[in-house]
Write a protein that binds this ligand. Structure first.
Ligand SMILES: [Zn+2]
Length: 175
């Protein structure tokens, strides 16, 4: 592979804390992946196999994370369902302007709406995929702490089976 800017041969490196901003979320980090890096400083891009499966896992992590949903995460869930904003707003019985303010971070998502968004996502996705809802859902939803500090989601992508762990976002500045 060559750099699209200078055509230099890209160097493949291992990355253990790749900030995956391409996901549309600011708090997702990938560990154990390979990145292609331009030797002339034109940036790096991750090699991500099975990207749909990765995004499914991130959506799952968003739903089960212990801290409140951010607007960007609410948008990520809707896009994972492949739903337009007006259809998602209609499903949630809210007006499109409210949904837009949530997704843009202009209005806080109150705790009840937060849980409703998560469970609605999980329900719709389960019905899209024809699978049963996970049985630890009630405990996970009860454990969401609205005062808890925003969490980073770290996806270990190095093994065949991917896994997500959470860390306070403030710790990631030192990673
Ligand atoms: Zn380059």
């Amino acid at each position: 592979m060559k750099c699209e800017t200078c055509y230099a041969e890209l160097v493949v490196k291992r990355a253990d804390c790749y900030h995956y901003a391409e996901s549309g979320l600011s708090n997702v980090y990938l560990s154990g992946i390979e990145v292609e890096d331009c030797p002339n400083g034109h940036g790096e891009s991750p090699r991500i196999p099975r990207i749909l499966e990765l995004h499914e896992l991130i959506a799952d992590a968003v739903c089960l994370k212990p801290s409140p949903l951010t607007g960007a995460e609410a948008r990520f869930l809707r896009k994972e369902l492949g739903m337009k904003a007006k259809d998602w707003a209609a499903y949630l019985h809210i007006d499109a302007a409210t949904l837009s303010r949530w997704e843009n971070g202009e209005q806080a998502i109150v705790p009840m709406s937060d849980v409703f968004l998560r469970t609605s996502f999980l329900l719709l996705r389960a019905s899209q995929n024809g699978v049963a809802l996970r049985d630890d859902l009630r405990e996970k939803m009860t454990a969401i702490a609205q005062q808890q500090e925003e969490q980073a989601m770290i996806v270990n992508s190095s093994k065949k089976k991917r896994a997500v762990s959470f860390r306070p976002l403030s710790e990631m500045a030192y990673a």
